[in-house]
Design a protein around this ligand. Sequence first.
Ligand code: CP
Ligand code: NVA
Length: 312
Amino acid sequence: MKDLLRTEDLSRDDIELLLATSADFAENPLRADTALRNKSVAIYMTKPSTRTRLASETAVAHLGGTPIFIRGDELQLGRGETIADTARIMSGYCDAIIIRTFAQSDVDELGKFATVPVINGLTDTDHPTQLLADWVTIRENFGSDISGRKFVYLGDGNNMAHAWLIMGAILGAHVVAATPSGKFAPDAAVIARAQEIAKTSGATIEVTADPESAAKGASVLYTDVWMSMGDPEAERKEKFAALTPFAINDRLMSLTADDSIFMHCLPAHRGEEVEASVIDGPQSVIWREAFHRRTTIQALLYHLTRGEIKGR
Ligand code: CP
Ligand code: NVA
């Protein structure tokens, strides 16, 4: 597999390899510090980023390469040059491309025309690199035997909810998305895809509009901002009203398993999707989770540029 365009592109073996290598990079960030020697990685983003940008730049640096960060408005792409032409040009200078943008179809197009690996650093519908960091963190807390455990995402049925369902499906986990029904639920096609994958992986996929039954006995409660980058501001009031019952607070945490943890991809809005007492409390693993954004992107760059990711 040349690229990581979607979470569903990864096989279970790919994920196992990436998680193991990430753990190695967590211990020794410089264990492959010549892997990208004399090589460059373009990091092109049309949306803001703190973690994905810094994690990507430091991951490239730790592999001995040069990161080239490009903002959305800095390329001729904004003036009508095509994605296909941009892909061909970037492939002539760089050894991999990380892209964060709105439409998934733009990322797919870049992957199609680039001859070097393209990595999805978030789109409106997916966030594969985040899920790798999440699962390294989950493994650190619970080990690899996840039988009997329930992994619950609460909130907006957005890119994170999608990636959460798909990654859990591939890994054979019991994953839950608790979201309002209707407009703010995950895409039906993504739910169907997760269920399809679950048939062979042994995963259990649950989508519910009941936050309390979801939280009951859960090992992980996960949430994300209620207004994602690019969401229409005009929807804010309606959206917050629909999402309020899904906010993670101490009461919801008290329904979870004894050893449960709280996770969040960040950035967080305390007092909206999560109370400060939870995100800053003893069950929160958000800093370790954010740390693993670098170790997992480093692992991904390492294996993709060596042609070691097989895909599904
Ligand atoms: N979690 C995440 O993708 O963070 P950034 O938007 O800061 O990159
Ligand atoms: N759903 C959020 C995730 C940020 C990492 C967004 O797309 O803005």
